[in-house]
Design a protein around this ligand. Structure first.
Ligand SMILES: [Zn+2]
Length: 233
């Protein structure tokens, strides 16, 4: 079992990561339960949402927020802001970006499902602003951009490319590729993120290139997904 994560988070009491395909398709509840069993995290403490490729973020900052969440059956959103302890959240991705944001003191942590639609809609920037709003404007923003489809494989048509800043689009052999990492970095820098507070994916973490390690919708056209989670101790 391999978990891609940022070691800085564990030092802040936040268990987190993106789980490789070895642990199975995480649309299957049984696989999710089995995974959290291995970490000794009670699975009922991990909350889920219905991803809709939008920019809505669910905030869980007070016991009342948690009660409100539990009172609803369906939660359509693509991001989380977590400030509660003994609580965790998850998202599912196949090629989309699992984006982890937190303040350097670890009081708040955000986890977002950023597909190209979410990135183009400004979800990374929105999540960073929301986090800083609660952590305080002088808080230090930190980011980990988890495994996703990299610019090597993310070929798009012109209509999609046009939704991105020119600096996030690569032209190669007459084809267009979107660099989601570059666009997320562009948005987060506008929110004050420093390079030294950022962990970017390496080339071995392209979900489409690495069949052994990751599910990829672009490559396989299946509904299999990996899971990303954060759990605040
Ligand atoms: Zn690739």
């Amino acid at each position: 079992m391999k978990i891609f994560s940022d070691e800085r988070l564990i030092n802040l009491g936040i268990i987190s990561g993106t789980v490789s395909r070895e642990s199975g398709n995480m649309r299957e509840k049984e696989n999710v339960i089995n995974f959290f069993k291995t970490l000794n995290i009670p699975q009922e403490k991990i909350l889920g949402l219905k991803q809709v490729h939008g920019d809505k973020i669910i905030s869980l900052l007070t016991p009342q927020d948690l009660a409100d969440y539990k009172a609803q059956e369906v939660h359509e959103a693509d991001g989380w802001l977590l400030g509660l302890n003994n609580c965790g959240v998850m998202i599912l991705t196949a090629d989309c970006v699992p984006l982890y944001l937190w303040d350097s003191k670890g009081k708040f942590v955000s986890l977002c499902h950023c597909g190209w639609r979410g990135v183009a809609a400004g979800l990374p920037k929105k999540a960073a602003k929301l986090l800083l709003q609660h952590a305080g404007q002088d808080a230090e923003l930190c980011a980990y951009i988890g495994p996703h489809i990299n610019a090597c494989c993310f070929e798009v048509q012109k209509d999609v490319a046009d939704k991105f800043a020119p600096s996030s689009v690569i032209k190669r052999n007459g084809k267009l590729f979107v660099d989601l990492t570059a666009d997320i970095m562009r948005q987060l820098k506008e929110c004050g993120l420093k390079i030294e507070n950022t962990k970017n994916p390496c080339s071995c973490e392209c979900t489409c290139c690495n069949k052994e390690t990751f599910f990829s919708y672009r490559r396989d056209h299946t509904k299999d997904v990996q899971m990303s989670f954060v759990y605040k101790l």
